[in-house]
Design a protein around this ligand. Structure first.
Ligand code: ADP
Ligand code: MG
Length: 710
């Protein structure tokens, strides 16, 4: 190990450092004139636009604060459709006066609007290259912060990114639109139940982030990890995760030092890094923050991913966020915990002591069942990216079929409602007897955890587990909010008109639950029986990202997103284009990387080894010995070498055809159906060879080197 572990355990005052790099409400209250602060607060809570005069005041305060923290630059920080964040740094430096003095400057104009040259960001045809203009606009609802990197402290201003004509070019704009839609429709629901005090309904999100850590020096010896963030070759190590000794295992010192640094960096940014543990696979870990409002949670998750990568580098490690860095080893996801809360503090997903009698909860549940069943295809799409194809629908969790897990108690309530129109019984949890007099007996939950469901009710929230580890959580939350807003809207349309509300709500809950009960599945989501059962129920099973793209532009989808002003048809079509392009480009890089590794590393290494074997056979025979072992091995090795070379040539020519194709749907399908199988064909003999070739000849670190020796 070439890195020194710094475990001095110096004292960290968490209360002191928490949020110290955030231009928070507290800082604004302190530093802004009262009326300006009131204006900001009102816009955050009720919407509206900031006047340029106010913006000037805020910009000045923000600049002074940032300069005190050592910042020399600011940037609009946004989330283009590349899935990661983008920034363009400008310094506060202004024109010197005639004596050569310069005053650091930052004006309201620069705070609220930016104009990055947008031609290099994906736009899916929304913005022809000659009209490169794109705007970033300050999102007041997510606080500005200072990022400390090697470039020095930089003031980052969270912004939305739109085209000249107002189309969203990012992940944030539609998310903000979906939050408005959900708020409006959810308010209608709570009003029906007599709530007159709530003025807004918010969604809360907590994203559990999984990741792998490998040694940086070793990772840099593998082109595949460098170019595609995952291994494209690699035979399984003799030991996998079958001993279950990693999950929740003792955290190793080197990893511990890394986690400690990550936490400190995140706390400074106001990210509530809360839990950390080892995950199922060796070298796999997880970090979870405390949930917060959806928009901020999406931004913070980007910061979590950035911080993990940056801090890893400092510790001589490389953080792999890819959904499936190692074949045959558990992949990484992101559990998106999601709930809906009114601004007067009611969580609409809180079942209470007797969910069977909690009519508002049952209505919300019925609406969510309807939303998820009606738009299972869209929800699945929202969690798809190139890497997730290797994780979903494979022999590991979660499957590519959307279903809802409710747990025994709630499932029983739904069942009673559907069958008899009333849920009179409630299954109780009971007590867990530990059998040890000094240990307490526990009240246990009426519901055990289910680990295999893609969309699980976990107490007072839903956990959408399909999301990929590397993906932004912007899209999944946008879709979730949109589909639930639609169901709330349709329910409210009916109930607001009802003469007898009690009767009407009762009928509606029963009707929705009966119609959409098929989406509920409490069993083992990984079993082959479920795939069959789901097909029988008519639930969609969309095995790949490419096949999921078209769900964005169906009539059903366009109607949904346009109705709530979340996406226009044009925006949906452009997103579909970008997804097809992204898929083809990503697979293209992977294919080229494989060809390169085979050409320059694998084929030459195996030839060298075969030569060595041949020499050994000749020498042994000449010396009158028995050369059977070496000569058999030579035959196997050269046989596989030939296969590998053929597969390499084949992949090269298939890839060439693909990259010559016009961008779009056909090209994406070509990569899915032709290039990916050709990549598998090349991988097979290479991995086979790795098992039998003398390790001294193998040209790059193996799985065993990478995941067991961090
Ligand atoms: P589990 O162990 O079941 O996955 P945890 O309690 O560890 O659940 O929480 C996982 C994540 O869910 C955390 O980020 C947590 O803050 C978040 N979370 C908890 N309650 C809610 C809620 N009501 N809404 C949204 N997220 C929540
Ligand atoms: Mg979880």
């Amino acid at each position: 190990m070439d890195t020194v572990v710094n475990n001095t355990n110096e004292h960290i005052d968490v209360e002191e450092i928490f949020g110290c790099n955030v231009f928070s409400m507290g800082v604004m209250r302190e530093r802004l004139p009262e009326d300006v602060f009131a204006e900001i607060e009102s816009i955050i809570e009720h919407g509206g636009e900031l006047s340029l005069k106010t913006a000037d005041v805020v910009a000045k305060a923000m600049k002074e604060w940032a300069i005190e923290k050592g910042a020399t630059h600011y940037t609009h920080w946004f989330q283009p459709l590349t899935g990661i964040t983008a920034e363009m740094h400008d310094s506060f430096v202004s024109h010197p006066d005639k004596d050569g003095h310069m005053l650091m400057e930052f004006r309201g104009k620069e705070l609220i609007k930016g104009e990055p040259d947008a031609s290099s960001f994906p736009s899916g045809g929304l913005r022809a290259t000659f009209e490169a203009r794109g705007y970033t606009a300050w999102d007041l609802t997510s606080p500005a912060f200072i990022k400390e990197t090697a470039t020095g402290p930089t003031l980052c201003i969270p912004t939305a990114f739109c085209s000249y004509t107002g189309e969203a070019l990012d992940k944030k704009t539609p998310l903000l639109r979906s939050l408005e839609a959900l708020s409006t429709q959810a308010l209608r629901i709570v009003r029906l139940f007599g709530n007159t005090t709530a003025t807004r309904v918010n969604t809360s999100v907590g994203a559990e982030q999984e990741y792998f850590l490998v040694d940086q020096t070793k990772a840099l010896k593998r082109e595949d990890l460098i170019f595609s963030g995952r291994t494209l070759f690699g035979a399984p190590a003799p030991k996998g995760q079958e001993m279950d000794d990693h999950y929740f295992g003792v955290i190793r010192e080197r990893i511990g030092a890394f986690m400690r640094d990550v936490n400190v960096e995140l706390w400074k940014l106001g990210v509530t890094a809360k839990t950390q543990h080892n995950e199922a696979a060796p070298a796999q870990h997880e970090l979870a923050p405390i949930y917060e409002s959806a928009n901020i949670a999406v931004d913070h998750n980007q910061l979590v991913m950035e911080t993990l990568k940056r801090v890893a580098g400092k510790h001589g490690l490389r953080c792999l966020l890819h959904e499936k860095p190692f074949a045959g080893v558990n992949g990484s996801g992101k559990h998106n915990n999601w709930s809906i809360t009114t601004d007067d503090g009611i969580n609409l997903l809180e079942p209470g002591e007797s969910p069977n009698e909690n009519i508002q909860f049952l209505l919300v549940l019925a609406c969510i069942m309807k939303a998820v069943d009606t738009h299972a295809d869209l929800l699945r799409q929202s969690a798809s990216n190139v890497g997730n194809d290797l994780r979903l629908g494979g022999n590991e969790a979660p499957p590519a079929i959307i279903s809802i897990f409710l747990g025994e108690q709630l499932e029983d309530v739904v069942h009673q409602l559907v069958e008899t129109g009333a849920a009179v019984n409630l299954k109780e949890g009971g007590t867990l007897q530990t059998g040890v007099s000094t240990l307490p007996d526990f009240e246990i939950d009426a519901t055990d955890r289910n680990r295999t469901s893609p969309f699980a009710f976990t107490g007072n929230k839903f956990e959408f587990r399909m999301v990929g580890s590397e993906d932004s959580i912007g899209s999944p939350n946008t879709t979730l909010n949109a589909i639930v807003a639609e169901a709330f809207c349709e329910a409210a349309d009916r109930l607001e008109k009802a003469e007898d509300f009690d009767m009407a709500v009762h009928d509606l809950i029963k009707e929705y639950m009966a119609k959409h009960e098929r989406i509920i599945f409490n069993g083992d989501g990984y079993s082959p029986e479920w795939v069959k059962e789901a097909a029988r129920r008519g639930l969609p099973n969309i095995p790949s990202m490419v096949e999921a793209v078209q769900t964005l532009t169906t009539d059903k989808s366009i109607k949904l997103f346009e109705k709530f002003g979340i996406f226009t048809k044009g925006e949906l079509e452009s997103r579909a284009e970008i997804l097809y392009e992204t898929y083809a480009k990503t697979i293209n890089i992977e294919a080229l990387t494989m060809v390169d590794m085979a050409n320059k590393q694998l084929v030459p290494a195996v030839i060298r080894y075969a030569g060595k074997l041949a020499d050994s056979v000749n020498a042994t025979v000449a010396a009158g010995g028995d050369a059977t072992v070496a000569s058999d091995l030579l035959k196997r090795v050269t046989g596989l070498l030939t296969k590998m070379q053929e597969a390499r040539v084949n992949l090269s020519s298939i890839e060439k055809k693909g990259s010559a194709m016009e961008r779009g749907r056909d090209q994406a399908y070509y990569y899915l159906e032709k290039v990916v199988p050709a990549m598998d064909e090349l991988r097979r003999p290479a991995d086979e060879l790795e098992r039998i070739v003398d390790k001294a000849y193998w040209p790059f670190p193996t799985y065993a080197d990478l995941i067991f020796e961090v």
